[in-house]
Ligand binder design. Structure first.
Ligand code: APR
Length: 321
């Protein structure tokens, strides 16, 4: 069996960690592309020189030419500027849309059969733009946001309850912005509802709700919390790990059910937009969208989040991006 070829477009902070994780997990051969001369060559050389000590056998190549991504099976895109303190993801729209357009053209020309995972922000708009420019079928174009937002939510729950994060299942749906929707009712620790555990811990329903609300709020603002601390850029370890979870599900045909920024064609009452929803990922990319039942409050929050996405896409179109 030949090894998979994975192209990473953007050799910055996330691109570097993606390269290292793919190498450590031996998921395939990597081509790391960036427009900055020598940067991807330097990063791949550095990581490859650890192959003896890390014990991996994959090829890592840095490049400034699109032709080197030829026939990639999977493409992960991080090209674009990250946030600085005080910025929202939406503030990146104009700059990153121009970058995404050029990336979509390059990928369309040289890796027309690839499955594409986008990480660049503002996520929901960038995925929409990539799909439009590339003309790729919707099962092969998706965005990474929900896996990270859910991992953040799960971490906060585990820390609060003093349980292993491995046993926490919690999902965040909707757009990748301040309106995202952490699903409280479905959050559980190995099947035990998180709210029940909080009520037991505090012996007070109001206090339990207050604690949960604080975790939900922290989840929504978690990206900004990291930006504020780093000062020079945004989170990169956790976004890379989250995209690798999706890549692995696709490359190994795992059929994992993950929150993915997927194209909705009537599901959840949304027609023609990319929004974070439970999605089964396998060798064909997006293989199923799981329509779970939302109660009135959850549906209202989801609708609000969808509105933020449609507004962002409309802004992009209005600006002719
Ligand atoms: N083609 C390819 N790469 C590009 C292009 C382009 N047209 N324009 C910029 N880049 C590269 C930059 O040279 C840089 O190396 O994209 C890389 C981005 O890396 P960082 O600035 O380190 O940003 P990173 O933290 O990796 O985040 C990338 O993901 O989470 C989002 O909001 C984040 O949009 C940002 C993206």
């Amino acid at each position: 069996m030949s090894r998979k070829k994975i192209a990473l477009i953007g050799g910055g902070q996330i691109g570097g960690v993606l390269t290292q994780l793919i190498a450590l997990k031996e998921l395939g051969d990597v081509v790391l592309f960036d427009i900055v001369e020598d940067l991807p060559q330097g990063k791949t050389l550095d990581i490859a020189e650890a192959s003896r000590v890390d014990g991996f056998d994959v090829s890592l190549k840095g490049t400034n030419e699109y032709k080197d991504i030829k026939d990639s099976d999977l493409v992960i895109i991080t090209a674009g500027l990250p946030r600085k303190p005080g910025m929202s993801r939406d503030d990146l729209l104009t700059t990153n849309a121009k970058i995404m357009r050029s990336v979509a053209e390059g990928v369309k020309e040289f890796a027309p059969d690839s499955i594409v995972i986008i990480i660049s922000n503002p996520l929901d708009a960038m995925v929409t733009l990539f799909k439009k420019v590339s003309g790729f079928p919707v099962n092969r174009v998706m965005g990474q946001a929900g896996v990270l937002d859910s991992s953040r939510f799960s971490s906060f729950i585990a820390w609060e309850l003093g349980v292993s994060v491995k046993d926490v299942n919690a999902m965040v749906l909707g757009g990748h912005g301040d309106t995202m929707v952490p699903l409280i009712r479905y959050a559980n620790v190995n099947g035990v509802p998180v709210m029940e555990m909080l009520e037991r811990k505090y012996k007070d329903a109001a206090k339990a709700k207050e604690v949960m609300d604080a975790m939900v709020q922290r989840t929504k603002m978690a990206g900004g919390e990291v930006v504020k601390l780093l000062k020079t850029g945004s989170a990169f370890y956790s976004p890379a790990s989250s995209a690798i979870t999706m890549a692995e599900a696709i490359l190994k045909d795992e059929k994992r059910l993950l929150p993915v920024c997927s194209y909705l064609d009537g599901e959840f009452g949304v027609d023609g937009y990319y929004v974070g929803v439970p999605t089964v990922l396998g060798e064909k990319g997006v293989e199923q969208i799981i329509e779970l039942t939302l109660d009135n409050d959850e549906q209202a929050m989801f609708d609000n989040s969808v509105n933020a996405v449609t507004k962002l896409v409309a802004d992009m179109e209005r600006l002719g991006l």
